[in-house]
Design a protein around this ligand. Structure first.
Ligand SMILES: Cc1ncc(C[n+]2csc(CCOP(=O)(O)OP(=O)(O)O)c2C)c(N)n1
Ligand SMILES: CC(=O)[C@@H](O)[C@H](O)COP(=O)(O)O
Ligand SMILES: [Mg+2]
Length: 671
């Protein structure tokens, strides 16, 4: 087997470590490097990325694909005066390395570098949002600001071919193309892939532009000649330019971008620093909006990524660098349980079809696609279109299941509300990565879905607590053919089976009140007869933690009933009456507190005239810094000891044993 085409520490280092890279403390340190040094730097960066990201995990493939591109960007533009923007931001590791951040030892870990641009880290970073297709909007705004303020700073936006399939990108392009004299450089980083090969007419169009690959390099050489020998170069350049025009018009008729009124430069070999610099330099001088179409290879320079047909090592966990194999083999995940059940459902129901927004494998639909290739639709990174086309599919007689990460459904809220729900369409939304995800940072946590979807009339929402419930609730969801249904679950390994010990209404009772003696009064909320102290409403995957909370409360002499509502929207009709038999209601959810399940339960109790103290535990209304899920949950107090401590204090106050205001320093719970 041929050796990996990547510079490794052993292959490259003269002196210790990455000699050239170590000398780059900021973009201006790139200026004095010659061609050979630049190529060597690119090799060192690749070696560094493989070395570092194989240890921490992260977006290895995308970053290996933008090494030369990013070097050229920072040589041509003067960040941070010029704004260098990245769409999605997962491909900004090289940008970080060149802007003074070379400690990747804690990449995506608490206190370490974010996996995305971060304003807290550097003045060179602008967009922290990891949701795709936003960069052109940002760039349009910044370019307009420069124009209004009379600033001559440049704005350059890097957008992937995948992100270019997102609707926001085209809303921005429509504006950008309308301002012929407003400078803006758009770099299309075209590696032909999102995770899998990018789909759609745009991808096909980019492909036609790619076939004219040769002429741009041909032209770039002529341009450089002009730079060096004005006398000879100019006629040569004109000849080349004419040849390019003719060749291009012959091979690839006027491109879509030029039809829009955008200057188009390309396609450029995105791994040829000199060619990219030449194109960017031309684009920088153009004085209006320019598209620079760069051809790159995701995973370039690392053989295991280059040969990976799945997703070119788009996002990996820790791997063995020499083999490319994962350090840990994944146990059964929520995603895999969903994927397997979808195949079974697909066999039983010919009307069930699946939709993905460019994430077929990450959301678990690969097996479904292999089994029913004609019943799965990859719409590109286009969640809004996915939701509305699902309304069309449902109206056409099918039952679509749109599988998507919870946080990415945020942008399709209006389509869920006004296309799916308003038209009574039976569409099932399966939200993976719901709740705290952690290491992908603030914009990746699935912490808003159970709040924003609360306001959608007729929508029903389920939160399975284990694999069996996921299978059951998915089946219940696809049975609903006149309203949207949602099934949401966490990232990663599926939790242990949590059996029910009874059922009340549609709710599973997970734990009858403990045998521990009731609190001093032990009085229930109604009628004065002794009843359990706490009704604990456990949402989704937090069931094991809720059972742990009940156990800790037992030790405090506090008896607790634990129920899993299964369908959290609408609130189960039997819940108020059940609550009325307790003294306190506690809800625990892996979702934002504001507008979440706790709020809905509180409203249901009020509406039913059940006046009981209620404490809702969830994610506080703030953006969460990157860290592991466990670290984030501890930081926000979503742990069994924390919650048990709070509930103990609440019950103690009810018993008059604590008269101070509710505080978090109630009696410690003996762990
Ligand atoms: C709104 C949204 N949907 C889905 C994703 C998940 N996602 C992250 S990167 C990616 C593929 C991006 O492809 P491209 O823009 O071509 O960048 P590349 O990885 O190829 O450099 C996707 C789908 C996202 N970040 N945002
Ligand atoms: C950048 C992006 O949005 C995805 O690549 C995301 O990082 C994947 O997340 P998971 O690792 O949870 O699949
Ligand atoms: Mg791509």
């Amino acid at each position: 087997m041929t050796q990996p085409r990547v510079a490794r520490r052993s292959d490259v280092a003269v002196g210790d470590g990455w000699e050239l890279l170590a000398r780059i403390r900021g973009p201006r340190d790139l200026d004095g490097l010659g061609r050979e040094q630049l190529d060597r730097l690119a090799a060192e960066i690749r070696g560094f990325l493989v070395d570092a990201v194989s240890k921490t995990g992260g977006h290895l493939g995308p970053n290996l694909g933008v090494v030369e591109l990013t070097i050229a960007l920072h040589r041509v533009f003067d960040s941070p005066k010029d704004r260098v923007l990245f769409d999605t931001g997962h491909q900004s590791y090289v940008h970080k390395l060149l802007t003074g951040r070379q400690d990747f030892s804690r990449l995506r870990a608490r206190g370490g570098l974010s996996g995305y641009p971060s304003r807290a880290e550097s003045e060179h970073d602008v967009i922290e949002n990891s949701h795709a297709s936003t960069v052109l909007g940002w760039a349009d705004g910044l370019a307009k600001a420069n124009e209004v303020l009379g600033k001559d700073d440049h704005v350059v936006a890097v957008i992937g071919d995948g992100a270019l399939t997102g609707g926001m990108a085209w809303e921005a392009l429509n504006n950008i193309a309308d301002a012929k004299d407003r400078p803006l450089v758009i770099v299309v980083n075209d590696n032909e892939r999102s995770y899998a090969p990018t789909i759609g007419g745009l991808a096909n169009h980019l492909a036609t532009l790619r076939i004219t690959d040769g002429y741009e390099r041909f032209l770039a050489r002529g341009k450089d000649l002009l730079e060096r020998t004005p006398v000879v170069g100019r006629p040569l350049y004109e000849t080349l330019h004419g040849a390019k025009k003719g060749l291009k018009d012959f091979i690839a008729p006027q491109g879509m971008f030029e039809d829009l009124g955008l200057k188009y430069v390309g396609p450029i070999d995105g791994h040829d620093i000199e060619a990219v610099e030449s194109a960017l330099t031309r684009a920088k001088r153009f004085g209006g909006p320019v598209i620079v179409h760069c051809l790159t290879e995701k995973g370039r320079g690392y053989q295991h990524a280059e040969e990976d047909e799945a997703d070119r090592f788009h996002g990996i966990g820790p791997i063995h660098p020499d083999t490319g194999l994962p350090v840990k083999t994944a146990a059964a995940s929520w995603t895999s349980v969903f994927g397997d059940e979808m195949v079974r459902l697909g066999r039983e129901r010919a009307d069930v079809v699946a939709i993905t927004a460019a994430m077929l494998q990450p959301v678990g639909l690969k097996k479904f696609a292999e089994t029913f290739p004609e019943r799965v639709f990859d719409v590109g990174i286009a969640e809004q279109h996915a939701a509305t086309s699902a309304a069309g599919l449902a109206t056409g007689g099918l039952h679509p299941v749109f599988a998507v990460y919870a946080t990415f459904l945020n942008r399709a809220f209006d389509q869920v509300l006004m296309d799916v729900a308003l038209h009574k369409c039976g569409v099932t939304f399966v939200l993976d990565r719901a709740g705290v995800t952690g290491d992908d940072g603030a914009s990746h946590n699935g912490m808003w879905d159970m709040s924003i979807l609360q306001v959608v009339p007729t929508l029903r929402m389920a939160a399975p607590r284990d694999a069996e419930q996921l299978r059951a609730q998915l089946r219940e969801a696809v049975e609903v053919d006149d309203a949207p249904t949602v099934v949401r679950y966490s990232k990663g390994v599926v939790g242990p089976a949590v059996p029910a010990v009874g059922r009340i209404g549609g709710m599973d009772v997970l734990r009858e009140p403990g045998t521990a003696p009731h609190g001093p009064s032990g009085m229930s909320g109604m009628g004065g007869t002794p009843g359990p102290d706490v009704l604990l409403v456990s949402v989704g995957a937090l069931a094991p933690m809720c059972l742990e909370i009940a156990g800790l409360l037992d030790r405090q002499g506090i008896s607790t009933t634990v129920v899993d509502p299964r369908w959290v929207k609408p609130v189960d009709e039997a819940l108020p009456a059940l609550a009325a038999r307790h003294r306190v209601v506690v809800t625990v959810e892996d979702n934002g507190r504001v507008g979440g399940v706790g709020s809905a339960v509180a409203q249901a109790l009020r509406d039913a005239g059940v006046d009981l103290p209620l404490r809702d535990f969830g994610i506080p209304q703030r953006f969460l810094d990157h860290a592991s899920r466990k670290e984030v949950m501890a930081e926000i107090g979503l742990t069994a000891p924390d919650i048990a401590r709070q509930v103990t204090g609440l019950v103690a106050r009810l018993d008059g044993r604590l008269d101070d205001e509710p505080s978090r320093t109630a009696e410690p719970v003996r762990d």
